[in-house]
Design a protein around this ligand. Structure first.
Ligand code: DAH
Length: 341
């Protein structure tokens, strides 16, 4: 049996040597080590080996099995290395790269969204999100927007056959967040798409991008709102930028404001440019949330908060002096390359 094993080993190593590809290698493995392989067959003869020889024969059997297994592994690596070498044959890796394709860069909208997120996260706002296909309740009712409000009109909003709609603003994420909240305070921002059935022109697209903010706690004041947003816009537009809060109306905040920043367009006098909407969360919103949750976490008597929303496309247009919003979605590299860092 010992000599049988020795010749099996020689035979197997020769077969390995001759194997030119992985299937051939696998065939060798099956022939020698497989269930019906010759090494396996011999090992079944162990039971007939006299006791005094068992140790020696057993050791030999192991030696042969190990030698074949290692031989297979080594040959496999060698075959793979040969294949790799063949794949790059004829490629001169010292040739210079092909000019012209250039380095990619982030889209100007992405750059501005990231800048806004970075700035607000430093102030403790966490990212939140909600669905773009919304219920009327999340988009309007819970935001204190009555059924006869013009924004709810079929002419202005994309409704689905089942009564849901494409959210007309990211303010619905305020509702989603308060519905799911476990405790206060809440301090979130939600960038995302919004949809309106607008006539497409230089300042309107039917899909655009907003950034929503919400801070709810026990003692949030109008001073917090002003301080936070003044700081935010000065981080974006520069430390000296004048920011003003102009009284306005939104159904879900009271009082409500529009925010203007004073900016110089190139070569022109500085002028006030409307940049965002904001206000103190209307207690009616808290009451509606409590009703939906079935608790009183947002007790309108003790809970206060502020919210804000701004258009990111508009922000990008103002910052870069872009005169037509459609440039932002046309993917013309001549336009986009101007914003490559
Ligand atoms: N949702 C408003 C819009 O799309 C913007 C807005 C105004 C958001 C005031 C707010 C807010 O959170 O407090 O025009």
């Amino acid at each position: 049996m010992l000599s049988q094993l020795d010749s099996l080993k020689t035979e197997a190593l020769a077969a390995l040597d001759a194997a030119q590809d992985e299937p051939a290698l696998e065939a060798v493995r099956v022939n020698f080590l497989g269930k019906k392989g010759s090494v396996t067959a011999l090992s079944q003869g162990m039971k007939d080996v006299p006791v005094e020889q068992k140790k020696e024969v057993g050791a030999k059997l192991n030696e042969v099995r190990t030698a074949i297994t290692e031989g297979i592994d080594a040959k496999k690596l060698a075959l793979q290395a040969a294949q790799d070498a063949k794949a790059v044959e004829g490629i001169d890796i010292t040739l210079p790269g092909r000019p012209g394709a250039g380095l990619g860069a982030l889209h100007p909208l992405t750059q501005i969204r990231d800048l806004a997120i970075r700035t607000l996260r430093r102030m403790g706002f966490a990212l939140a999100e909600g669905p773009e296909i919304e219920t009327e309740w999340h988009c309007f009712d819970a935001l204190n927007t009555p059924a006869d409000h013009p924004a709810r009109n079929e002419k202005d909003t994309f409704y689905l056959p089942d009564g849901r709609l494409l959210r007309t603003h990211t303010s619905s994420v305020q509702i989603r967040t308060m519905e799911a909240a476990k405790t206060l305070p809440i301090r979130i921002i939600a960038p995302g798409s919004a949809y309106r059935r607008d006539e497409i022109d230089a300042t309107h697209l039917s899909v655009f991008n907003q950034l929503e903010g919400l801070y709810v706690s026990q003692d949030v004041s109008l001073g917090d709102l002003k301080g936070t947003l003044e700081y935010f816009f000065r981080e974006i537009f520069g430390a000296g930028t004048a920011v003003r809060f102009r009284p306005h109306f939104f159904p879900f905040t009271e009082p409500s404001f529009e925010i203007d920043v004073k900016l110089e367009a190139k070569g022109k006098d500085a002028r006030w440019i409307e940049i965002a909407g904001c206000g103190m969360v209307d207690p009616a919103v808290f009451a509606e949330i409590n009703k939906a949750r079935g608790d009183n976490l947002f007790d309108p008597e003790t809970t206060t908060g502020f919210a804000f929303g701004l258009g990111l496309d508009r922000l990008a247009m103002i910052m870069h002096g872009i005169t037509d919003i459609r440039h932002l979605i046309e993917n013309d590299v001549r336009f986009l390359q101007q914003f490559a860092a």
